[in-house]
Ligand binder design. Structure first.
Ligand code: PEP
Ligand code: MN
Length: 341
């Protein structure tokens, strides 16, 4: 249930509603907008319904939220899309976030060359994995803390915010030292303990949809992060498993408008991991931009033929300029501009 306070509600009246909600063991999530304060009451449905908050001093109205996810629901923000501010870049609300970089950090030379190229082409953020979730335990697993150190150097060199994956809550402190956005990989979408840890930090999160997860399951996973107080969550469609074997995964482009109608959270598309093939990355990115996505996360490598992982899907760094030009053009048709500093 959502309690919308009157414009003129005093801090004491807001506090008194919070206490009332908490008195039945429910969670009171206070969201202070520019004009209004909204309190989300989350917990036992029946107990909350009996709180009798309608007509209480300072309360404008009480609105039930019908979805199982509450804080992620578009109803929670009265149908308004959220705009996140991440290290000076805006995401959502007309700001298209272009995250680009290699699949994994391989070496200083590779990372810095790729980082400079994506920066020069106009990317908003640099992506790169230090901890890699690989299907085979015998494949390269990432450079770990050394990879994080190189990412910090690339950030210093380019000024680009860093998007990097956290696989294990025990690495959170280290990752927090460099990540402007913590990526939750598709395989960890339902690792609820990890999600809750990220929720207890205030660091923005990019939550990838599991290859077999429904849209509702993705939104419930986002709820785990939001519930702990971290409001900076981006959802990411990265392809799902279907009966179609011609491509690695099937990009669920419909998830973009569906998620944007169900949730206020920004929606990012990863065409690289969906396709697994470089030739499909541009058309899928254009489709994502046209469908109203708030950004893309795309793999770019200075020398894809030599890449340790995901080379076949990486856009060569020297072709990235042209990619950005086309994505920018389509995004602008639907009123989105690539976000920069
Ligand atoms: C990645 O972005 O590096 C990655 C492994 O993606 P996903 O979790 O979507 O497979
Ligand atoms: Mn990859």
């Amino acid at each position: 249930m959502m309690i919308v306070m009157k414009e003129e509600a005093t801090p004491e009246q807001i506090d008194s509603v919070v206490k009332r909600v908490e008195s039945v063991g429910a969670l009171a999530h206070v969201s202070e907008g520019e004009v209004l304060t909204v309190i989300g009451a989350i917990g036992d449905r029946e107990k909350i319904a009996n709180l009798d908050l309608d007509g209480r001093e300072g309360v404008d109205r009480v609105v039930p939220i019908s979805k199982p996810y509450k804080l992620a629901s578009s109803q929670f923000k009265h149908g308004e899309a959220s705009t996140l501010e991440i290290s000076g870049r805006l995401v959502g609300g007309g700001n298209f976030c272009l995250m680009a970089g290699p699949c994994t950090v391989e070496s200083r030379g590779q990372l810095l060359a790729s980082a400079e190229a994506v920066k020069d082409a106009g990317a908003s953020m640099l992506r790169g994995g230090a901890y890699k979730p690989r299907t085979s335990p015998y494949s390269f697993q990432g450079l770990g803390s050394e990879g994080l150190r190189l990412l910090a150097e690339a950030k210093q060199e380019t000024g680009l915010p860093i998007v990097t994956e956290l696989m294990d809550a025990r690495d959170l402190e280290l990752v927090l030292e460099v990540a402007d956005v913590i990526q939750v990989g598709a395989r960890n979408m339902q690792n609820y303990a990890l999600l809750a840890e990220i929720g207890r930090s205030d660091r923005p999160a990019l939550l990838k949809r599991g290859p077999s997860a429904t849209i509702d399951e993705l939104l419930m996973a986002a709820e785990y992060i939001l519930k702990e107080g971290n409001e900076n969550v981006m959802l990411c469609e990265r392809g799902i498993r279907t009966f179609e074997p011609a491509v690695r995964f099937t990009l669920d482009i419909m998830a973009v408008p569906v998620l944007k109608s169900l949730s206020h959270l920004p929606v990012i598309v990863d065409p690289s991991h969906a396709a697994g093939r470089r030739d499909l990355v541009l058309p899928l990115s254009l489709a994502a931009a046209a469908a109203g996505a708030d950004g893309v996360i795309v793999e770019v490598h200075d020398n894809p033929d030599e890449a340790i992982c995901d080379g076949p899907q990486a856009i060569p760094a020297d072709e990235f300029d042209d990619y950005v030009r086309q994505v920018r053009a389509v995004a602008s048709i639907v009123g989105n501009e690539i976000s920069a500093l």
